[in-house]
Design a protein around this ligand. Structure first.
Ligand code: C5P
Length: 299
């Protein structure tokens, strides 16, 4: 091992500024076109090498017990690819709500891979591992503003990162990604043109609020029909001053975009008073693999 130490990495949440599904594939996954965007809501992970096997300690939101945790799966795959006996503790401070369409689990997995690459130093091909762990994990290795195609793992990163004020709100319900995809039918499918156009306009430096007509989410209609609480939250966000309000990924969180910090804070307060979980912040261009993404000591 190159280093026997510990590193702390942030793992940002994402929103999808556009999300269209083209159709279902023979492997059961759906082909999509999406614009991913990292935001300043983040989990924090400290990875410490040593001991025997892999251990995960969680603080904050509980992570689901169902299935293998994505951090542990990522760490397991990393050690296997590096040809090193697994020996690490991951301390995770979970601030990104689960079952919200904010990509928290995938982001934690990407941050784990970046942290291990830093301290184990085995030069593993992280992109190859990421795609095996989950459809969104490859995006989180890069962050910023990116067009995702295929399952979401084929990425084009924008040289011009989007920016702006965002409020994220979550009703008291969780939606699994698999369940949301199960609500789609052929009538939900589109050709991806609006989302590709959105990405081109952002790359040309257009402001997000000037592209509002191109912001679409394939899950908006089916999720609102199945969960009226989500439709009500979106209405409440628009009433509280959001210029645009949209479902994030497959939900259940809704995000709103704002021209200024004051408008965003006003909306956040109004929704907090109604009992929603709220984050008010900004879009960020952040990768856990960049040198400023990893802090900590390497002994
Ligand atoms: O890849 P990931 O494990 O995040 O996907 C979770 C579930 O979401 C998959 O099992 C699948 O049902 C659905 N999915 C899909 N098409 C995608 C991404 C996810 O059908 N492009």
């Amino acid at each position: 091992m190159a280093n026997d130490g510990a590193v702390t990495v942030r793992a940002c949440a994402k929103i999808n500024l556009g999300l269209e599904v083209l159709g279902q594939r023979s492997d059961g996954y759906h082909d999509l076109v999406t614009v991913f965007q990292t935001v300043d809501l983040a989990d924090e992970l400290t990875v410490t090498l040593g001991g025997h096997g892999l251990r995960l300690v969680v603080e904050g939101f509980a992570v689901p017990d169902s299935g293998e945790n994505l951090c542990l799966r990522a760490a397991g795959r990393y050690f296997e690819a590096a040809g090193v006996e697994p020996a690490a503790t991951i301390a995770l401070v979970k601030r990104i709500p689960v079952g919200a369409g904010l990509g928290g689990g995938s982001s934690d997995a990407a941050a784990t891979l970046c942290a291990l690459q830093r301290i184990v130093g085995a030069g593993v091909d992280l992109d190859a591992l990421a795609a095996e762990i989950g459809s969104d994990v490859a995006f989180f290795l890069r962050g910023g503003t990116a067009l995702g195609e295929g399952r979401g793992e084929r990425l084009t990163t924008s040289s011009q990162a989007a920016s702006g004020y965002v409020v994220i709100a979550k009703p008291d319900l969780c939606i699994s990604t698999a369940e949301a995809y199960g609500l789609l039918g052929p009538e939900s499918y589109s050709d991806g043109a609006a989302t590709r156009r959105l990405f081109e306009r952002l790359q040309d430096g257009a402001g997000l609020l000037d592209c509002a007509d191109l912001l679409v989410n394939v899950f908006a209609r089916v999720v609102a029909a199945r969960y009226p609480e989500v439709a009500a939250l979106r209405e409440a966000m628009l009433e509280a001053g959001a210029a645009v309000a949209m479902l994030s990924g497959s939900g259940s969180a809704v995000f709103g975009l704002f021209a200024g910090a004051g408008e965003a804070e006003h909306c956040a307060q109004a929704l907090r008073a109604k009992g929603y979980w709220i984050h008010a912040g900004e879009m960020v261009n952040y990768s856990p693999c960049a040198s400023d993404g990893v802090r900590g000591e390497q002994r």
